[in-house]
Design a protein. Sequence first.
Length: 293
Amino acid sequence: MAEINRDHGTSYELAGALSGGFQGGAWQIVGPDGSRAVLKSNETHGSWHRVVLAAQSKVADARRHGYPTPAWLAAGLTTQGFAYHIQEFVPGRPAERVTEPLALQMVEVLEGCAAGHRPDQYGDPRSDWSQFVLGEMTRAADSLPSRVAALGPDEAAVAERVLAFLNRVGPVRLPADDLVHGDLNLGNVLTDADGRLVGIVDIEALGAGSRAIDYASLWHSGADVADPGDSAGLNLVRAAGERSAGPAGFALCALWNALEYIRFGADLHGAVGSARAVAAAHRRLDLLAAPSH
């Protein structure tokens, strides 16, 4: 904090850790006038620090076009190799479910992200999210399904089922010029006490691609926590995703999410996390096999 204050001419003080943040940290910080902000930091790897530094201007541009994400106040790289940014504090809490009112708000946001965006050139493959996801799911060597299959027999079984599903739907093309968050799960969607959208966070990897990727991430994360009355919201999200990239395109994005969460669960929580994500992937496959409403 002292280094950041020195580099940016600020006088923030740490006010405690915020919940969430599986791959880094988030802290509430307070200025001398009592104003609150959020400090996020991650230990840099590869070109990630360039992605974070480039994101500040991308976030500002997205906000000018109405994207509901907090403004970034500063960004940088510490001498110990931590990429960080400071953003406005937005009162809210992570969404718990994809209710129909929230789904309608999210569809409005994501439809506002359609067309006119281009990948950046900052060294991160996710600057073109469509090419990244297609490459992960379809390349012959070192694909995401093959990496998941190597984790164990249960993981191999779901990876085989994913590949069989994709073989049935045939080749997939994804649009490439929508604005894409890349990890639009419920934890990154902030709502107020009445469930209304107040902000979208963890936007460092913002890039171009197909908004079906974001629809699929929201649908995937909402399906397991849904109450019986949430089917209308989930169906709205799925239908919008299928309109944006076709049923096959949406399915590929949803299955990329499912396999990525298996890999992520294994890295973060070991066998228990992987088992939960494997079960979730099978449920997603069952849902995708049924026609959308």
